[in-house]
Design a protein. Structure first.
Ligand code: ZN
Length: 259
């Protein structure tokens, strides 16, 4: 079964959710089970695409109880299966006190779900493609039509600022205070970069968050390649971003037909 899913991911990493491969079974009737199945599939796709490494995690808010969400126990995302999924409260504690150990960075998920009622899925990566943009003083920008969901400049979370009062500090989001600071930097947007670490991406579904994660990765690769050719590059502009927000991104005809 796992081989079948990975094969689907190789063939159609982005469209797998929209056009399921024949090897996939019908979606579960239970809405939470359907979301959990998407968490497992997204973990495999993003690993296959080289975006998730041995770390990084995908979660989904519960459709039945929005004060809870589902995420894998602390383990490599490539190996995640249904049995590894843990139900977690927004207090960042597992609902089942006997649940297996969770990832220390679960506060990314708890605090974003608390701050954003519209968010149904959170993905945290250590994507190497986006990390240079947090180091070089060059903002990550939408340069591809498929990345038109990005803001004109993707915000950057500087953990050193959020940790400024701590004498002992690190890079990971291991408590609610840092999770809150990250959620604040994310604001109402789809993506926040994390300096020297990766990014956090949100969506109205696991599928949307997954596609956004993939196209943030591809956009970063394209922008890096363009910057290697020239310091002066052309990004999407506000009109193009507004067209995306209005759902006219792939429109082939001018919206004001006849003019
Ligand atoms: Zn991390």
């Amino acid at each position: 079964m796992r081989e079948a899913v990975v094969t689907c991911a190789v063939l159609a990493a982005v469209t797998i959710f929209t056009y399921p491969c024949q090897a996939q079974s019908p979606a579960p009737s239970d809405p939470d089970e359907a979301r959990i199945e998407d968490v497992v599939t997204a973990s495999h796709i993003l690993t296959n695409e080289g975006i998730l490494d041995s770390f990084g995690h995908v979660s989904a808010r519960s459709a039945k109880n929005p004060d809870r969400f589902f995420m894998p126990r602390a383990m490599p995302p490539a190996l995640v299966s249904r049995a590894d999924i843990v139900e977690v409260g927004l207090d960042c504690k597992p609902v089942d006190a006997n649940a297996p150990r969770l990832n220390g960075e679960r506060y990314i998920h708890c605090q974003v779900y608390k701050a954003r009622s519209d968010v149904q899925s959170v993905i945290h990566t250590h994507d190497l493609a986006v990390i240079p943009f947090g180091l070089a003083g060059i903002p990550l920008q939408p340069v591809l039509v498929q990345a038109g969901f990005l803001p004109l400049e993707v915000p950057l979370f500087e953990v050193r600022e959020a940790n400024a009062s701590e004498t002992k500090r690190g890079m990971l989001v291991l408590n609610a205070t840092l999770g809150d600071a990250l959620a604040k930097k994310l604001g109402a947007g789809p993506v926040v970069l994390m300096r020297g670490h990766g990014d956090t991406v949100v969506g109205r579904s696991v599928r949307e968050a997954t596609v956004r994660t993939i196209y943030t990765h591809i956009d970063a690769q394209a922008q890096s390649a363009a910057l290697a050719l020239s310091r002066k590059i052309t990004t999407l502009d506000n009109a193009e971003l507004e067209a995306n927000a209005a759902g006219r991104f792939y429109q082939t005809e001018h919206p004001k037909k006849g003019k």
